[in-house]
Design a protein around this ligand. Sequence first.
Ligand code: ATP
Ligand code: MG
Length: 702
Amino acid sequence: MADGPRIYRPRERDAPAPDEEHSLDDLTAQLNPEQAAAALYGDGPLLIVAGAGTGKTRTLIYRVAHLLQRGVKPERILLLTFTRRAAHEMVTRAERLVGAVSGQVHGGTFHGTGNRLLRIFGQAAGLPRDFSIMDQADAVDLMGIARANLGYGKQEKRFPKKETLHYVYSRNVNTEIPVEDILGGELPQFTDYTDDVLRIFAEYTSRKHERNLVDYDDLLIFWWLMLEQSAPLAERIAGLYDHILVDEYQDTNVTQARILRGMCRTHQNISVVGDDAQSIYSFRGANVHNILDFPKQFPGTRLVTLEQNYRSTQPILEVTNTLISRAEERFTKNLWTSRAGGEAPWLVSARDEQQQTKFVVDRVLELHEEGTPLHEMAVLFRAAYMSADLEIELANRRVPFEKWGGLKFLEAAHVKDVLAFLRVIENPRDDVSWYRILMLMPGIGDSTARAAIAAMAEHGWEAHAFYDWAPPPRARDAHERLVALLRALNARASRNEAESLGTGVGAEIEAVRGLYDDILRERYDRPEARLADLEQLRVIAGGYPTRAAFLAAIALEPPQSTQDLAVGGDAEDDALVLSTAHSAKGKEWDTVFLIWAVDGYFPLARATADDAQLDEERRLMYVACTRPRNELYVSYPLNVYNTRRGADYSMDQLSRFVDRGVRAKMQRMVLADDGAAAPEPAAPPEQPPIDLRALLKSRFTK
Ligand code: ATP
Ligand code: MG
């Protein structure tokens, strides 16, 4: 493939035939024999371990359809996937295959299903029905409160920060590795503090209890405990489903595996599919051995492997097969396709980030001109911040895009601020949100905020407890303004409840903005974009029937994109997808751009010291490169003006994963100064050349 430099020129599209859906009658026309055998498999445990794009998800969809056709009641089937959207898509396709069915297959994420079951059965296990779900950031804040309350805030010596504590906590509850061993293995500087850390965890746990809060991990652990610790509850919960199916099983953790065993205590009708070479969530405790050990946990498992890829062209597969062949351990085999044609993927070197950005946007627009819809193209990157420059350029050139994964809209501080107001109306005992609100107000600092929260706790968190609280003089004005807003919101809420109107979440946000917009304007020099975010939040919230429904929806699964949230919004609007590699899992596009293929970016710098982490980075790049059907562009800037890693300027190396063997399967493109493609130099140097102008410029710019 590496037959000398080539200049990019647009060419004919050679997309595969669109995925037609027939009825189930002629299944063999739509599945290969191995897939069909799996889809039609009778009762009992079934495991499909197979590489990317081999039709695992498709087979699972057909299996659901087959079960329905066999007469299994839809509501007795549980389909677990990694995102709510994936579950929805799969269920819809399965139902379409069999025609109208009465009832609904239960599809969702593990966390979403845990939430649903806890609301129904939790009360019998001492968990009030109206618990609030904390997202990750809230959980970290609560850990900080627990830490400070036990007096660890003012330690002289280095002591684990709240984020670190939350990480260790979550790792401990998900993997059951003792805290002492986690500290010893990963954070040896803190091993002396094991007892203190355990005290903080106990405090964190009892605070969650007092406040009626549940974190993400609890949704799984409580579900499991109900199955494990109470025979009558287990019988009722497991009795809900006759068939359980799981996609992306390689990314489940030990708790999820146990839940599945508990759910299948009376029958063994469990089908799971996954690819060990795409296991990318070990930092959340996911354990690839879950999938490899499945036959041991479910004796009599039927194992199916698939090797034919239906997604990508052969030249793309040659690159991805080579990329993953370097991985240490793996089970799945090299992939092949019967699709003819296709061009070798491009390795694109840009002078700097701006040029990389310009190349991507130009090429996206060209392809769009040629007829590829924007949503059939994706730009992937290792970490969310790496798309900042691209986002700005896309906005400037009016190319619509949506962003998946990473720090999103809802994680932005100003959006969280507004949500905190809704949260305290919903659950007055939510002290994390109280603290957030109070700290926003001019004249209120840490100690005043704590005093106010203590006063409310003393008075049983009644609304009046805050109205009647006597603030110190400096905080009087702020208190007055907050009371006026909360009174208005509470009055509205009880009036609406009395008349059983919806709570009008959109209107509530508008009321909050009456107070908050000014705070925002004070805080930021350029508030316009943030104000626009809040406007969008109001519109999205207006689509939900109640405040509780809205808060639960956004806390449970941080949406992949803002469009995910819009209920019946204009989801078919064409938009380019920007996504972290993690969030691209399971998806496919016509054309994929992988940007920032630079050592220190992909793999991330922090992963380079550890072999296991490096292997996971490699699998992640494999996930990214196995997404395209027709075209793959891997790009890297040669020069980086950068304060992120401490240096103002650095020259970067191509990612170590794109090694000689991988490059041999690619075509090279060197972007010329005007952004157009230019032939590459005769022997591309391993080290990028020095750019004298850029070096000089870097002395004057940050
Ligand atoms: P990943 O590992 O990325 O999740 P996967 O194994 O789940 O991939 P699918 O997404 O199910 O793979 O399939 C990849 C593509 O191949 C889809 O467009 C799917 O419709 C198509 N496909 C799979 N099997 C067949 C088949 N037998 N005939 C035609 N198209 C197929
Ligand atoms: Mg899949």
